[in-house]
Design a protein around this ligand. Sequence first.
Ligand code: ZN
Ligand code: ZN
Ligand code: FE
Length: 750
Amino acid sequence: MRGVVQGVGFRPFVHRLAVRLDLAGWVRNTSGDVQVLIEGAPDRIETFVRELRVEAPPLARIDDLRTERCAVSNLTAFTILDTQTGGGQRQPVSPDAALCAACEAELFDPANRRYRYPFITCTDCGPRFTVIEAMPYDRERTSMRAFAQCASCLADYDTPGDRRFHSETNSCPTCGPRLWLAPPIPLSVPERGNALSTVADLLVAGKIVAIRGLGGFHLAVDATNENAVARLRARKQREAKPLAVMVRTLADARALAAVSAEEEALLTSRERPIVLLQRRANSLAPSVAPGLDSMGVMLAYTPVHHLLCDVLRRPLVMTSGNLSDEPISIGNEEAKRRLSGIADAFLLHDREIVTRYDDSVTRVVRGRTLFLRRARGFAPLPLRLPVSSPRPLIAVGPHLKNTFTVALGADAYVSQHIGDLEDLETLEHWRSAFAAYCRLFSLAPEVAVRDLHPGYLSTRLADELGLDRIIPVQHHHAHIAAVLAEHGTTEPVIGIAFDGTGYGDDGNVWGAEFLVADLAGYRRLGHLRYAPMPGGDLAAREPWRAALGYGALEPDMSVGGQSLTGIRPELQRIAKQQIAHRLNAPLVSSMGRLFDAAAAVLGVCRSNQYEGQAAMQLEVLAGNQPAQPLPFPVTATRHGTWILDPVPLLVALGEELARGVTVRDLAARFHDSVAAAAADLAARLAADAGVGTVALGGGCFQNGRLLSSLTDRLETHGLRVLAPRELSPNDGAISYGQAAVAASCLQGES
Ligand code: ZN
Ligand code: ZN
Ligand code: FE
């Protein structure tokens, strides 16, 4: 069998099944698969093979099962053989899984010997990817190697039928990892002998505690204490970006936010991602998610979380243990060094974290999961490539929100979220994660795939690998290719890529692109009218600059509204000069900047304190009611490229605002204007190109209202719509798209 069949209680399960059916033989892990030999009555062997799939343990995923007849060797028992290691083979590595119900019950059972033990696990739950150093999965190749099992644990480990039979992370209070509190400064709260209750006291007193978890540190504060949350923001240098909140139970989550059936399923899944929910009026500190009507909620997923939430009985802010946008800390000493200016105390443990692993972030749109960040619980499970790569490759990914993908054949291992490749720490994180993937999946890439942009650090990462072959892939082609590949489509489609920025093949900044594309290539059929963005990258932080840039396109039309209210005249003068002299005012066709410009005109957002803030606030204002589109004309150039002109749209927004129409109405009408214009243009392009499918990619499709409205309209045009499912619409999917394009290119050559 191939698939996720190691580290998930698979051999014990096979053993149980064989014993139940009175079959002899053996099971063993190898570097590439799990092999089983069985002897016994033919009908029972048949049942055995059928039940393997039906009864497989919760974390298992059988991708391939093959059988063959062997010579009879008259075995009398069923045994688990030693693992057979060999080179050149690979298999999926199980992601970490949330504490299972059986372990949770034992955790709170005073009669159990693991009562309140913070590292309780079994074959159905606990750390995997974050403790595995190499495959095949055995304790000696994990960071649990440091803890020799005591006699009682060994008995569990050796007892067929026990939930911990061959559980490689098995431990107990006698023999396992330990939890302790490290106060770097004198604390006002007396130590109570129990690290967890002291942490609870500290949190109630408004302190910030750094908590070492599965894939790194969290910074925790009482989510109902405004002073504490504000202090965390100030120290972490995170001004406004929403903070995730952890609660213990679904009922706790419902007290904070509305939870649909789909959201409930996501919240309680063993992956336990952060889920963006519609918040209720509640007692949370306003600073948790300022200016938004949604909030990120996750349920406790480790025993430490459960114990802490049980003592505290109030929601906790649990945000990643880092300063600003740096990678999360994973080591005890590293955390004490890097987080000493933020945390008042550290809850540490001695089970080493092999790989950084951020919390995954999701939301539900149109009843389906939409990834905003894919990491814990999901990576490093492979995705399929519709076109096999004949050579092992590394797609280094984008500049921001980086993930990378290593691939060979039809398997693409998309890394967990790495971060923005803008500082040395993140580059180091990239290099070490890349080394880990090569080791875990026995891959030695021969081909590097990178973005077109010559100056990105990701391009440097590709160059420094020194491979004989480097394939550049345009950013928006990668967005569309990622969506095609996850849907297994190789046919040409109309691709709509809406995002903030990507380097275009004409040297301009793209971000609202209509392509006819397949995996092998693309042609740009249409885009948003180019506008100069005064200040370059600064325009992404200051929405008024985008409005000014659009205004400059048609001097006798007024793109005004509220966009320049409160902006210092001196800054406006410099920006206008930049546009006039084309100095630091690159030409941009970005949907992200158009959302910024609209937010500026409506006076919604003066500055983006985090990426996409203006667009998120516009989405909140727009709500769900359908609205009448405003004019957003499209014209064809002499070269046959279609241009969407947003100037009349922005002008109309300003005029309607002056006429007294509410900002809410106009935010809704803006969304539907974009959706209607894009759907009409895509339908026209699809008809011309003779294709019936449209693929949507790019960070703007994290906007649920835009995604829903555009999808509905395209379907009304009779088009099939492919949207991101297993990966994020944002740049987290770029590396997978790069890999798909490169695989198609390499396949074409071979
Ligand atoms: Zn368990
Ligand atoms: Zn033990
Ligand atoms: Fe992008």
